[in-house]
Design a protein around this ligand. Structure first.
Ligand SMILES: CC(C)(COP(=O)(O)OP(=O)(O)OC[C@H]1O[C@@H](n2cnc3c(N)ncnc32)[C@H](O)[C@@H]1OP(=O)(O)O)[C@@H](O)C(=O)NCCC(=O)NCCS
Length: 374
């Protein structure tokens, strides 16, 4: 392949952004200038969602208004709830959620309005309603009754309530909140770039988020947190872990939850998420996943110098919280909607159609032979 082709856009800077900065050389990630570690320590997910969407941390009055708007938009229409009930129970929840956001566009009165104010209102509606759709399918496919959102619960508490009918302890809710903060935004990754590409044709936010969800589903992106859990379930017990990981590396197979296109010396989100994974494991009395986690991580670093990415600790954390494995990536969605929406609005504000070139290596110019001569 010739040198002028940058397959996978490797190393190519395609635009400017004010939303987040990934600094692999100093192992740091900031949202609007704040490190994610500090945001996890000092803020709720709602504060960080406001920050990502609006550019500044909210004061008390702004936060109150933001929370009120989010809580008052949580309910889904009867029609979408009916549609979710009719969806095949075996469908992957990412396909259900992609379809649900697409359905929301059919009902939204402002779908066609791409002004910044309308985009912010639509982003809030998608942000508020998507967890309700995910939780509805979580219940429906188990043959359980859908649970309506509650206005007196925080974003994270309400998600647990809608999935399980109860809210867990403060420590568990905090661990979930932290995972959402860490998943909220990550610059020009595949799904965000997909959302910006769709937006660049002046398409709308529902379409861009629908496309971003499709992109996030892949195992090389958001789907990795699910793959991590499949891997841990395959390993079954800590005694098998060493043999399993060595065999896998001998076969040159990819180990999910490790490696990153940008971070080559470790993902800046991992130490924080790992701390909360360990806490959740302790609360739940888990020894198994905790041990498997440590063994696989040690071998990956010792043998390959490849470090875990954020999906490695989130996978077993969500499992211990009681979520089904195929709901891990939809949980990623409910948080990343904030980052996607901010990028969609940024793209609209200074748009340039995204249209790269390709090098043709197909057939030479030739004539069409009529059907009876072929
Ligand atoms: C994320 C990922 C796609 C980044 O890919 P990339 O920047 O294109 O890097 P490459 O795939 O070219 O990897 C470079 C080398 O490291 C190896 N490598 C990278 N990630 C690896 C992993 N998870 N397991 C085993 N080997 C890995 C590759 O095999 C390659 O080795 P080689 O040079 O001997 O061929 C890749 O690390 C991966 O597939 N990870 C697993 C999926 C995952 O966890 N995704 C979530 C990302 S947040």
């Amino acid at each position: 392949m010739s040198d002028d082709i940058k397959k996978g856009l490797l190393g190519i800077v395609v635009d400017e952004t004010t939303i987040s900065q990934v600094m692999p050389e100093i192992n740091s990630l900031t949202y609007r200038g704040y490190t994610v570690q500090e945001l996890c320590d000092k803020c709720s997910f709602e504060e960080v969602a406001f920050l990502v969407l609006n550019g500044e941390l909210p004061n008390e009055k702004q936060l109150k208004k933001f929370i009120k708007e989010e809580r008052s938009n949580r309910k889904l229409s009867k029609q979408i709830l009916k549609d979710i009930q009719k969806m095949p129970k075996k469908a992957h929840p990412m396909d259900v959620i992609r379809t649900s956001v697409s359905l929301m566009s059919l009902e939204d009165k402002e779908t066609k309005d791409n002004s910044s104010k309308a985009n912010m209102r639509k982003a809030m509606r998608i942000f508020a309603k998507t967890p309700t759709a995910i939780a509805a399918f979580f219940r429906v496919r188990k043959g359980k009754k859908i649970i309506s959102p509650k206005k007196n619960l925080s974003f994270s508490e309400n998600f647990f309530h809608m999935c399980f009918g109860k809210v867990p302890t403060k420590e568990i809710v905090k661990a979930f909140d932290v995972s959402l903060i860490l998943y909220a935004e990550h610059s020009f990754n595949v799904s965000t770039f997909t959302a910006r590409t769709i937006t660049s044709s002046l398409s709308d936010i529902h379409g861009a988020i629908t496309g971003a969800i499709a992109s996030l589903k892949g195992p090389l992106h958001g789907g990795a947190n699910e793959e991590v859990m499949h891997m841990m379930n395959k390993i079954k017990k800590p005694e098998n872990a060493l043999k399993w990981i060595n065999n896998t590396l001998d076969k040159k197979d990819v180990v999910m939850g490790f490696g990153h296109r940008v971070y080559k010396k470790g993902d800046s989100r991992v130490p924080t998420m790992q701390k909360y994974f360990k806490k959740v494991a302790e609360i739940k009395g888990d020894k198994k996943f905790n041990k498997i986690y440590d063994i696989v991580e040690r071998v990956m670093i010792d043998r390959k110098n490849i470090h875990p990415n954020v999906d490695y600790p989130t996978g077993p954390t969500y499992h211990l919280m009681g979520f089904d494995t195929d709901f891990f990536t939809p949980i990623f969605v409910i948080s990343r909607i904030t980052g996607w929406s901010a990028h969609i609005m940024e793209q609209h504000a200074a748009n340039k159609l995204i249209r790269p070139l390709s090098k043709y290596k197909g057939q030479e110019h030739r004539k069409v032979m009529l059907l009876n001569y072929r």
